[in-house]
Ligand binder design. Structure first.
Ligand SMILES: [Zn+2]
Length: 387
């Protein structure tokens, strides 16, 4: 072994030689003779006192009776890596601890594609190690990928707050692909419940592949639909009022989307005065707020009878957006009531979503889906990443 130090370049080069005449076959591990050396390779290692440190070696090629001539694997590095395992493990920890990939790149003096290579190998290792654990409660959801109409479908493990996998698209067979990719045959038998939105392709895929799973249309998705109905009602009414120079709804968007207990005294007074004036948006808001009692008693029988009363009230408003959501909820009522049997929601997925949002913002838009998937699994997969 020889060490070369260059103070000007702030660099340490370590040259390792393999002097033995025998080696092992990388395929089968059999002892065999060294045939020759392959061309020199360089691996980056952990810095030595802030000096970039590089390992040089000409890996020997072994000659196996069964597998022929193969380059031997070196104990300090993975097969396709330009970094030693110790460096990769360190780089993984720096990336996990950094606020952004750019920042990690600066600390490690690595380019984006190098960081990404390390991430990709880490995720491959982690997925292999995850194996076939039993996963009882899952959530499936869509998420926008790029600006425009690109979507991805995600599967989350609700118990352990981790993303299991991601596929492109949200319609057609995206859900089938997602289930096939994230869970093996045995795991599919073990799933007890899935929290999803009321989307037909997801429902059909679960029916097809997860024979023992209850479907739960959870409260977060339902709240989202009700909020959207309130907001559409507000926009429509606001436009109508503006024609008569009536600006009462200006700047009220967020008051209607919050729950009553989260409103400031000022907003609450505003909401109450608009309600007295019998504006449509106030009626829609009231119906949305009423639905919250559906959940509070944690009692399926109560919820079922409460729903009938709520549905009646919702229809009485005559508001098309509210009626539309009410009809949708009635159609899917049985799979909403399943909540009172297994109490799962996508609350975990909501948390993961905001984490994914940060990943997306930090990467300044992903050029392709596979990179996006690797980043999500790296940061949100709770995988064992180290070499
Ligand atoms: Zn062999």
């Amino acid at each position: 072994m020889r060490v070369k130090l260059s103070v000007e370049k702030m660099r340490v080069d370590i040259f390792v030689e393999y002097g033995e005449l025998t080696g092992t076959c990388p395929e089968c591990g059999a002892a065999c003779r060294v045939y020759d050396r392959s061309p020199g390779r360089v691996w980056r290692h952990l810095d030595t006192m802030r000096f970039g440190t590089y390992l040089h070696c000409e890996p020997p090629r072994s000659e196996c009776a069964e597998h022929g001539i193969k380059t031997m694997s070196m104990p300090w590095a993975g097969k396709h890596s330009r970094f030693t395992q110790l460096f990769e493990a360190f780089a993984i920890n720096v990336m996990l601890a950094s606020r952004s990939t750019q920042e990690a790149g600066k600390l490690l003096r690595l380019e984006w594609h190098q960081l990404h290579g390390i991430m990709k190998r880490a995720v491959e290792r982690g997925l292999k190690r995850r194996g076939n654990d039993e996963i009882a409660w899952i959530g499936m959801d869509e998420k926008s990928f790029r600006k425009g109409h690109n979507y991805v479908s995600l599967m989350n493990d609700l118990e352990h707050s981790r993303v299991l996998d991601v596929v492109e698209g949200r319609e057609g067979n995206a859900a089938d692909k997602l289930i096939a990719k994230a869970l093996d045959g045995g795991q599919r038998e073990m799933v007890c419940g899935v929290a999803i939105d009321m989307s037909a392709p997801y429902i059909a895929a679960i029916r097809r592949h997860l024979p023992h799973a209850d479907i739960v249309h959870d409260k977060f998705h339902i709240a989202k639909h009700l909020n959207e109905a309130v907001d559409k009602t507000r926009r429509k009414e606001h436009r109508k009022l503006l024609k008569d120079k009536d600006e009462r709804l200006k700047g009220t968007k967020y008051s209607w989307l919050k729950g009553m207990e989260h409103l400031s005294d000022e907003s609450l007074a505003q909401v109450e005065s608009l309600a007295k004036a019998e504006l449509d948006v106030a009626k829609a808001w009231y119906i949305k707020e009423l639905f919250r009692h559906f959940w509070t008693r944690r009692d399926g029988a109560f919820a079922r009878s409460y729903f009938e009363r709520w549905y009646h009230e919702a229809f009485k408003t005559g508001l098309p957006e509210i009626r539309k959501v009410a009809r949708m909820l009635k159609k899917h009522l049985e799979n909403i009531l399943t909540y009172f049997e297994c109490y799962i929601t996508n609350a975990v997925s909501e948390g993961l979503n905001s984490k994914i949002q940060t990943i997306k913002a930090n990467a300044r838009g992903f050029r392709n889906f596979e990179n996006y998937r690797v980043s999500i699994l790296f940061f949100c997969g709770k995988l064992e990443l180290s070499p």
